[in-house]
Design a protein around this ligand. Sequence first.
Ligand SMILES: *Cc1c(COP(=O)(O)O)cnc(C)c1O
Length: 433
Amino acid sequence: MHHFQYRNNKLHCEGVSVEGLAEKFGTPLYVYSQATLTDHYQKLDKALAPLDHMICFAMKANSNLAVMRVLANQGSGFDLVSGGELQRVIAAGGDPRKCAFAGVGKTEEEIEFALRKGIYTFNAESEPELIRINKVAARLKKVAPVAVRVNPNIDAGTHAKITTGTYENKFGIQFEQVEGIYARASKLKNLRLRGLQMHIGSQLTSVNPYELAVAKVLPMVKKLAAKYKFEFFSIGGGLGIIYKPALASGEEGWWNTSEAKGLLTPDTYAAKLIPLLKPLGLKILVEPGRFIVGNAGILVTRVEYVKRTGKKNFVIVDAAMNDLIRPAFYDSYHEIVPLKRNGASKTIPSDVVGPICESGDFFCKDRPLPKVGEGDYLALLSAGAYGFVMASNYNARAMAAEILVNGKQAAVVRDRQQVKDIWRDEKIATWLK
Ligand SMILES: *Cc1c(COP(=O)(O)O)cnc(C)c1O
């Protein structure tokens, strides 16, 4: 469940009024619920309890230091994709020994840094990468723990931009090539073949593609694990969440979460996968991103203008695609609710749009929304994953502030960016002076 709900018709994050936060800290404003983060982490942790397992939060979904600290305090490891992200883990107080380093383009510097910090595994995505990791490890007189990311060629049935497990994608190594690569890698003296990894995509709402992929890869894992003394098998991330409420389910419909019927929950996921995975006797790694943080965050915005044209009702807000790019980038749906409910049931088909000079700068189109006016606040729900982390300074817009709520407490966990800091690192060439 999550901890955003109305009390006396005012949206609250745990024990804190969101409107109070908007008034105090301004908008656009990201607000995260600590109880939701820990709930989601613990739910998955409990569901996987029958397995020796390790949760590596996919920090690309939300790498705010405070969010990461909450999860590190729960015992979470991290799935990371750059040297910068590893530095963030350290800054957040996370443990590099619980980190998996993914990504197709690891540089020598990044490999060296990760080796020195003692990460748990490099999840290699090509043979040249294994050769490079071996070379760097030899230079440092270390043994690098590695796994190969297998691409099982299973379509996760999700949006094209977040499908990763088919041969159309740049990720992983083709299923048919994996055994040969392990055989050659086993001859590289500075590698330890620690496990095997896969990740088939994001926002999966059914357990079927996981079952298919695990079942396909399992015989190979067994064989390779015996041969190379694997310690782990990683089944990746991708657990989906509910963005869209059941439209017919009444006023609290948006409140539905992935506990809702028929959807992928930690329990259905565990129920199907544990019988397959338990007999392996390996440590099972999972790399959830969205599932942990998606519904733990909202983006709060203020209505600047309402503009009625012949065809449309445009609600122009102070947040934009530079704050939350998911609708423009992935055609994503975010539920939009007023911070103050007035009880009126009448709705108007509305386009909620930002101030940026792009037609793609919208949050919804022709969606029935309650009537709002200048100065009203709206919340875009389920904005905790792939939200702030994808923000930019497009149109010289300063990045939003971020708030973490814990019960009745609220803390600024990232100050609103100062406009002058947008060009802090720019210089005017001497010949122009
Ligand atoms: C993005 C990514 C994840 C997390 O995906 P979610 O859908 O947010 O759970 C996990 N593992 C890898 C390798 C990824 O690239």
